[in-house]
Design a protein around this ligand. Structure first.
Ligand SMILES: [Fe+2]
Length: 345
């Protein structure tokens, strides 16, 4: 078990992450948290910023009621701001927002306004600091993520195949693509830590084929490894069939149906992991309360397939699955970038 205690080494790790985002003493830095946030990380953020000579301030909002009845996980869109105007304005007019909310600001409705104000946002994923410590931002990762983004932006087609039977095609041309390497120095941008992921949001009607989730792949909404096979048939972005016997398939069918929202079945984002410090076995090593699973999204060579909201295709829903797949081959216009789960860079 990990104890929720301040350790000097974790202040070091947080300070390194803030230095990677070039946070300076003359900048105004807001630490955004909610009442259910991991207090250890809130505290570590404050101490590390002060170690760097920064005088941060806290913005704390009560964690709101669950509006859905369904248990929402891994949405990446915190509901905690609730468009409280003075809060949004305070964040937008800060130089840096260190975001320690449970789900993060990645897809929060207020985020575009905060970025437009010129703030840069560093989301610290809701992980135990013992995990963050192992995945401090590094320049090599940044370079590799940037190179991958370039390749995807230049491509017209992404294909994903596997021995288990996956055969998916994404007409990727024009799809917004972002790379996350764990830090940000540019005003008006957002990064999350840990990083090491490339994510594209396919345009409407561009994803077709079949994905076979096999034992060892992961469902990060449930924070569990697949133990059985689940085959998804995808037509014009939407999962139209979920085949498979056993618990994994049953849980997925049940969770999807619970949202009562067709858009929960549609593709949110596609991409892959590039972080060689991210450990595939991490889901076994942490209690569920100690991990938000961002480490698994970043495991080098996974295909990160995700269903749910995709604002670029006009779809909004809080039903979200992040499904890192371990043994796929990913190609861009026929050029292999990941071969049977191994990065080819
Ligand atoms: Fe996602």
């Amino acid at each position: 078990m990990l104890a929720d205690r301040i350790e000097a080494k974790w202040i070091d790790a947080f300070a390194e992450a803030f230095e990677a985002s070039a946070i300076r003493p003359d900048e105004t830095v807001a630490i955004l948290s909610e009442t259910q946030s991991r207090q250890l990380n809130v505290h570590l953020a404050e101490l590390a910023l002060q170690r760097l000579g920064v005088r941060p301030f806290h913005v704390v909002v009560p964690t709101p009621r669950n509006p859905w009845g369904v248990i929402a996980r891994s949405t990446g869109g915190t509901q905690s701001l609730g468009d409280i105007r003075p809060v949004v304005q305070a964040l937008a007019s800060s130089d840096v927002v260190v975001d320690v909310t449970l789900e993060g600001l990645m897809h929060a409705p207020e985020t575009p306004e905060i970025l437009k104000g010129g703030a840069r946002i560093l989301v610290i994923s809701n992980e135990h600091p013992e995990a963050l410590e192992r995945m401090r931002p590094d320049p090599d990762l940044e370079a590799r993520v940037k190179a991958a983004v370039k390749r995807v932006r230049a491509a017209s087609e992404m294909t994903v195949t596997s021995a288990a039977g996956s055969d998916l095609t994404v007409a990727i041309k024009g799809a917004p693509t972002v790379g996350i390497w764990g830090s940000t120095t540019r005003p008006g941008t957002l990064a999350h830590w840990p990083g090491g992921i490339i994510v594209s949001f396919p345009s409407k009607g561009t994803v077709n084929g079949r994905l076979v989730l096999a034992p060892g792949d992961m469902n990060l909404t449930f924070k569990r490894y697949f133990e059985g096979e689940v085959a998804l048939t995808i037509e014009d972005d939407y999962v139209v069939d979920v085949a498979g016997a056993g618990l994994d398939a049953d849980l997925m069918r049940d969770y999807w149906a619970a949202w009562g929202d067709r858009d929960a079945y549609a593709v949110s984002h596609v991409g892959w992991g590039l972080n060689r410090n991210a450990r595939y076995d991490a889901l076994l090593m942490y209690d569920r309360r100690d991990t938000n699973g961002t480490e698994l999204r970043a495991v080098a060579g996974n295909f990160l397939f995700s269903t749910g909201a995709n604002e670029f295709a006009g779809r909004y829903t809080a039903g979200h699955f992040d499904l890192p797949m371990m043994h796929t081959t990913i190609a861009l216009d026929g050029d292999t970038v990941v071969e049977d789960g191994k990065l080819k860079d």
